[in-house]
Design a protein around this ligand. Structure first.
Ligand SMILES: Nc1ncnc2c1ncn2[C@@H]1O[C@H](COP(=O)(O)OP(=O)(O)OP(=O)(O)O)[C@@H](O)[C@H]1O
Length: 388
């Protein structure tokens, strides 16, 4: 998969941007607040139909403009394909080769992207909600149908919560809601479980090579309050039964509190170092290495599953990593052959990922222009009497 051309119009502070990315690295350099992340967000939105940063769709439209548009021409399995997305009036519309996309599956059709942001690096020490979102982004990358499936679950959850809040409820009536919630929730469990089965061993191995830490890392996912069902071995129907029983068992408490207390929306990803919680015990550098291990594993896992590398979007990650781990990441990117977009305020930090054909971009007040390659600084002249 290759992105051949990108056009962005009135997306956040970007007016008009047209570029032909490098097959390897495209590096956007600029001061704070100029639009570098907005450029990555446009790409992320194009490839996932979801904003990179939480918020409303209407925030993506440039102030004073009626609509935003992002168009990408991709090379997919030897054929060219154009996908585009427009946001107007808080609603988004997706197109394939200029025609309204018939389904999300048709739209995504092999386009895959992995984003890596400074927020991701904070995910180990953050709350369960951010870890769930982090996990679900990886699940969606691996199984694009998950976008629809997780929405079905969210809708069923919203309906059940609305009912719980509405006052005394007939048990038989609530059961009908539980049925839908259990069925859609079992699909979410199964998708997350499948992703973790592929990803966790890879992430553990990657961490071992970058962690500089003797203790092994472990990444796990086990649903909360799901009774004694064998989560690793149960099929999806058995997971639905277990969730339905758990919902029934907690229905009284849920009615009192007015919300649903069991299901994929309350779960967490556990990350441990040695046998201890990384959240509580790992240093900040170790926590970041744990996320880096996960992200590299995610990229490799997608390559193994799809037969090609996803498009990689790295938003100013280098400034958050220590020099050794940043060098590890830059070497990984340069060696992987992936098509990657990087943003930075300091080109020196990402030069390690650059190759001959790197596209250097300058970003200033929403304008993106091609700029001259940022060269290695000349080696310091050495005096004859200095030790070599
Ligand atoms: N809908 C919008 N319309 C116009 N401008 C917007 C919109 N949304 C955000 N902005 C502007 O975009 C700018 C932020 O851009 P962005 O987040 O891409 O910065 P950045 O170059 O990545 O900076 P940093 O290095 O600080 O992360 C801000 O000036 C903000 O006011």
């Amino acid at each position: 998969m290759r992105l051949l051309a990108l056009h962005v119009q009135d997306f956040r502070n970007l007016g008009q941007v047209t570029l032909a990315p490098s097959t390897h690295a495209s590096i956007a350099v600029g001061q704070n607040g100029q639009g570098k992340t907005n450029l990555l967000e446009a790409l992320y939105f194009l490839a996932t139909l979801k904003p990179l940063r939480a918020g409303r769709l209407s925030e993506l439209v440039r102030w004073g403009s009626p609509s935003a548009r992002v168009v990408g021409r991709f090379l997919l399995k030897g054929a060219e394909r154009e996908i585009s997305v427009e946001v107007a009036g808080g609603v988004r519309q997706a197109f394939v080769d200029g025609k309204k996309a018939a389904s999300l599956e048709e739209y995504f059709g092999g386009v895959s992207v992995v984003a890596f942001t400074p927020d991701d690096l904070e995910v180990v020490k953050g709350g369960p909600e951010s870890r769930r979102a982090f996990l679900d982004r990886a699940v969606f990358n691996r199984f694009p149908a998950f976008l629809r499936e997780s929405r079905e679950y969210a809708r069923a959850l919203k309906n059940r919560n609305r009912l719980l809040k509405s006052g005394p409820v007939d048990a038989a009536y609530l059961e009908a809601y539980d049925e839908t919630l259990a069925k859609t929730g079992a699909r979410v469990y199964a998708r997350r479980r499948a992703l973790m089965a592929e990803l966790a061993p890879r992430a553990q191995a990657t961490f071992a090579s970058i962690g500089r830490t003797p203790e092994p890392a472990a990444y796990g996912y086990h649903p909360a309050h799901l009774g004694d069902v064998d989560f690793a071995g149960a099929d999806e129907a058995a997971l639905a039964v277990a969730l339905k029983e758990a919902l029934a068992a907690r229905s009284r408490r849920d009615l009192e509190r007015g919300f649903t207390s069991v299901g994929p929306h309350v779960d967490d990803v556990t990350v441990t170092l040695g046998a201890r919680s990384a959240r509580a015990y790992a240093s900040q550098g170790q926590q970041r290495a744990l996320v880096l291990g996960w992200k590299i594993a995610e990229i490799e896992n997608l390559e193994a599953a799809m037969g090609f590398l996803p498009l990689l979007l790295l938003d100013d990650v280098s400034s958050e990593l220590d020099p050794e781990r940043n060098a590890y990441l830059m070497n990984y990117l340069a060696a992987s052959g992936a098509q990657v977009f990087l943003t930075t305020t300091d080109a020196g930090l990402v030069r390690g990922a650059a190759a001959q054909d790197t596209l250097w971009l300058g970003v200033r007040t929403g304008a993106v222009t091609s700029v001259a390659p940022v060269q290695e600084p000349p080696a310091q002249a050495q005096h004859a009497d200095e030790p070599a």
